[in-house]
Design a protein around this ligand. Structure first.
Ligand code: F0G
Length: 464
């Protein structure tokens, strides 16, 4: 055998775990699925999960916890104040994000609400690469304006730019030059979920930092998928290929003044989050809000056992074997669809594959909701639940009018460590079958909707 023969990498990316406890999946017939769709008014959020075969609605809180996380749950200490589980949690957070103040919350949007109740308000302007829907809603709920400043490639579904989540630095500079007095902070979402799970480069974050410094503005990260973003930096950014991901994460943290976090994503939790910052006064204001609605500052909205599970999850998510599998397995699905001529947003993101419904169903107008139509078809044909990220989610304007979103996407979000390669092979087959009939998919209209965040509860009807 030649000397390096046994070191050569293999093509097959195996899941770097074996299965320890299983949950049954239930098959349904096409007739049953059509009935479930009618009962849900064609809104996939209204389906019963037990009627879904492969649930790609979200990667949020839906991952499989590890043996060591379940063991950590047994160590959970439920003391109201000063629990040992709190200290385990805060040490694990600070190992990666060494901010002065860590404020635990029950999930990411609670961190957003608390932060913007302190920083937002009428007349304020909060720029980001792309605000996630709850972030935007929490900014707007205070009367402030949420502005998206992602680079132009970030709106182009076919551009192969390696960091399509980057902030347009010229646009940020111009916004600050005009409105500096109204901007309480700058946000950057890593990875950029609403823009296709696309990463932000270290170089871009350094550029944002420089502009923030010039105008004296704090920079906050929306860091839900920080480990996936750091892995992309390691793989794609010059000079980063030999670094430990945890080191890259610490450098990212050092470029910002604080963060909001949904621990239901990369930290491998089923629930949880935090808000962190260096500013002492701001932290005090936020803790007061926390006590009003979330809980005491050493548990936020969480049980001690949740804090323990998250601390362990934070150690697991920065392991290179895990991240290599995570990013390669998402690309496995996306590349297979791309090779079969099914339009997907390129390059493939970290946590999800995004079908480009505008190209898949070009006969539908944006306000006939092509993404919703494709998402409904994926469920009808194969029992797969996905999520429209297009004019249903973003079309409603603060003044009540309606305008098409920048892109009409259908997100196939991959829960962490949950589905195997054969599940993904099935998803590929279902997408292929829907694509062959795409020209006959109906448009949809909204028959009732709430004033905000309508995608969760709106009712739809197919257009005859
Ligand atoms: N920021 C980003 C980038 C997110 O993706 C999410 C949630 C949040 C904030 C809010 O966190 O759900 O814990 O309150 N995203 C989920 C998703 C819901 O499906 O993408 P949360």
């Amino acid at each position: 055998m030649p000397e390096n023969f046994a070191d050569a990498p293999f093509r097959t990316i195996i899941e770097p775990f074996r299965i320890h406890s299983v949950e049954p999946l239930r098959m349904t017939s096409a007739a049953e699925r059509r009935k479930h769709l009618r009962d849900a008014s064609y809104n996939l959020f209204q389906l019963r999960a037990e009627h879904v075969l492969i649930d790609l609605l979200t990667d949020s809180g839906t991952g499989a916890m590890s043996r060591d996380q379940w063991a950590a749950i047994q160590r959970g200490d439920e003391s109201y104040a000063g629990s040992p589980s709190w200290f385990v949690f805060v040490d694990a957070v600070r190992e990666l994000f060494p901010y002065e103040h860590v404020i635990p919350v029950h999930q990411g949007r609670a961190a957003e609400r608390i932060l913007f109740s302190a920083l937002g308000g009428p007349g304020k302007v909060v720029p980001s690469n792309t605000h996630f829907d709850t972030t935007r809603a929490n900014v707007e709920a205070t009367g402030a304006r949420a502005v998206d400043l992602v680079i132009a490639e970030g709106h182009d579904p076919v551009s192969e730019h390696p960091f399509k989540g980057n902030v347009d630095l010229d646009a940020l500079e111009a916004l600050l030059a005009e409105h500096a007095g109204d901007v309480p902070c700058v946000m950057v979402t890593i990875t950029n979920n609403s823009g296709g799970g696309q990463p932000v480069s270290l170089e871009n974050l350094r550029g944002v930092r420089k502009i923030c410094d010039a105008y004296g503005k704090p920079l906050f990260l929306d860091a839900c998928r920080f480990a996936e973003n750091a892995w992309f930096i390691r793989e794609r950014e010059a000079g980063q290929g030999d670094r430990d991901v945890a080191d890259i994460v610490r450098e990212i943290a050092s470029l910002a003044d604080g963060m909001t976090m949904s621990a239901k994503k990369d930290p491998m939790g089923n629930i949880g989050g935090w808000l962190a910052m260096n500013d002492h006064e701001l932290a005090q204001t936020c803790r007061t809000q926390l006590i009003l609605t979330e809980g005491f500052p050493t548990y936020g909205g969480l049980a001690g056992r949740d804090l323990e599970a998250l601390a362990q999850g934070l150690k697991e998510v920065v392991q290179h074997d895990y991240l290599r599998y995570r990013i390669r397995s998402t690309a496995y699905l996306g590349d297979a669809l791309h090779e079969r001529g099914i339009p997907v947003l390129r390059p493939i993101g970290g946590h999800a594959v995004y079908l480009d419904a505008r190209r898949l169903a070009p006969h539908l107008e944006p306000l006939q909701y092509p993404g919703q139509s494709v998402a409904v078809a994926l469920y009808e044909v194969g029992g797969i639940r996905s999520c429209e990220i297009g004019s249903v989610m973003f079309g409603r304007q603060p003044d009540g009018s309606e305008a098409p979103a920048a892109m009409e996407l259908v997100r196939l979000a991959i829960p962490r460590r949950t589905y195997t390669q054969s599940h993904m092979d099935y998803v590929i087959e279902v997408c292929e079958r829907v694509a062959t009939e795409a020209a006959s998919l109906p448009g949809y209209r909204i028959t009732s909707e709430p004033p905000a965040l309508r995608h969760f509860t709106a009712d739809f009807a197919p257009i005859a």
